[in-house]
Design a binder for this molecule. Structure first.
Ligand SMILES: [Mg+2]
Length: 423
């Protein structure tokens, strides 16, 4: 976009977002090691402040372990209702400098500012002003990387943390990348890192110097090819404006549990509720329902159903999900006669999305198929959902719900919600 040919892609990423919000809301927590979620007695830390990260505390760690590493840590409950609102406020500031913005999670986004330099100055000046505005108007620290490609900008923002700005000049890209650890490559996982380490490859420069063919042999065709290209600084991806999500889904890891009707109904009811609430919040409904069942040992199967009418009602989605899950579970029990079927994960998603206002009220179709939103019974289901959505919006998610969908312990739903949200 525009005539500007220098480094004009920004990657903006809020620092320790959830923990920073807690420190913003409660000044007595500022400068102190805190963990959102978990407790000294148990539970899982969802996010840690920089003061806690310095002791080695990180998200996903048991609370007990966090306390061992950092005895002075303070555990706080999350203010889940505030995270989305504050992050949206930050995005609105970023959007002030360019319409070409691609939000990739609740707290990070790419911006292409090549069309904005004539208005606001060079990209690093724009980035500096954005950081100041986010700090002044929202009260949160944000790091920004400025570079010629998305990958370089993403790496630069990680290098800039906490609370920094890093510009990678086009003529110094190789020099910038070479000494950095491979862990900073966007999308590299712990398994790939371990394999590379076992081959003596620790830095991005070393990876770039390894032949792409041997990297593909080591990490697999797709992953190896992608990581080689990024290490070689090849990344043609453009910043695209937000595309509408094509599906809405939720999943629940279950460890290893017997597939009993009660368990399956409770988990699917819970997932269907999360998916349906999000569909309705976006004024959308979908015609294809997909259920994924994973068995211990990572093998998984999916079953889908495409309906004549789009659904967004919690009960309807729950019923369809149950029907699909049991198709898969019956097949599984036939494969292993006499054995109790165990499940390790269930997932529900809805695709083929349409805008809800496109759903027409049908003229009386007696006796009324409750799955059809236009029927009387279907309309009644949605009326119940709509009033529940309103109560939850005011009083929180736990205030009301279908019985199996109420909280099941573990990671708070609101946190899951944020993590799963497509933006
Ligand atoms: Mg972040």
């Amino acid at each position: 976009m525009g005539m500007y040919s220098g480094a004009a892609i920004l990657h903006a990423d809020l620092d320790a977002f959830y923990a920073s919000v807690e420190q913003l809301l409660d000044p007595s927590l500022r400068g102190r090691p805190i963990a959102v979620g978990g407790s000294a007695a148990g539970g899982v830390v969802l996010a840690a402040s920089y003061e806690a990260k310095r002791f080695g505390v990180s998200g996903g760690m048991p609370g007990r372990r966090a306390r061992e590493l950092c005895p002075r840590i303070t555990f706080v409950r999350g203010h889940f209702d505030r995270y989305q609102q504050l992050a949206d406020g930050v995005m609105a500031i970023l959007r002030d400098v360019t319409p070409v913005i691609e939000r990739i999670s609740i707290d990070e986004a790419f911006l292409d500012v090549s069309g904005s330099v004539h208005l606001f100055g060079p990209p690093d000046v724009i980035a500096d002003q954005l950081r100041r505005r986010v700090r002044r108007e929202i009260g949160l620290p944000i790091s920004i990387g400025v570079a010629r490609t998305k990958h370089l900008a993403k790496v630069a923002s990680q290098v800039a943390k906490p609370d920094g700005l890093v510009l990678v000049a086009p003529e110094r890209e190789r020099e910038f990348l070479d000494p950095l650890p491979v862990a900073l490559i966007w999308g590299i996982g712990p398994v790939a890192q371990a394999r590379l380490r076992s081959e003596g490859i620790h830095t991005i420069g070393q990876l770039a110097a390894t032949s792409p063919a041997s990297v593909r042999r080591l990490l697999g065709e797709a992953a190896g090819g992608k990581l080689s290209a990024l290490a070689l600084n090849e990344d043609p991806r453009r910043v695209t404006g937000a595309t509408r999500a094509r599906s809405v889904g939720a999943q629940s890891a279950m460890g290893r549990q017997p597939a009993t009707p009660d368990t399956v109904r409770a988990v699917l009811g819970h997932l269907a509720d999360r998916v349906a609430v999000r569909l309705r919040a976006k004024h959308r409904a979908g015609r294809t329902v997909t259920v994924r069942v994973r068995y211990p040992g990572m093998r998984s199967v999916t079953r889908s159903l495409t309906l004549g009418e789009p659904v967004a009602a919690t009960l309807t989605l729950t019923e369809i999900a149950e029907q699909l899950a049991w198709q898969a579970l019956h097949e599984e029990s036939q494969r292993r006669p006499g054995e109790q079927v165990q499940i390790s994960l269930l997932a529900v998603s809805v695709s083929n999305l349409v805008a809800r206002h496109a759903v027409q009220q049908e003229l009386a179709v007696p006796p009324g198929d409750p799955r059809r939103e236009g029927s009387e019974a279907g309309a009644a289901r949605l009326a119940v959902d709509t009033s529940m959505d309103a109560v939850r919006a005011r009083f929180g998610r736990g205030a009301v719900g279908y019985l199996p969908a109420m909280s099941r312990g573990g990671v708070p739903d609101d946190f899951r919600e944020l993590a799963e949200k497509e933006v």
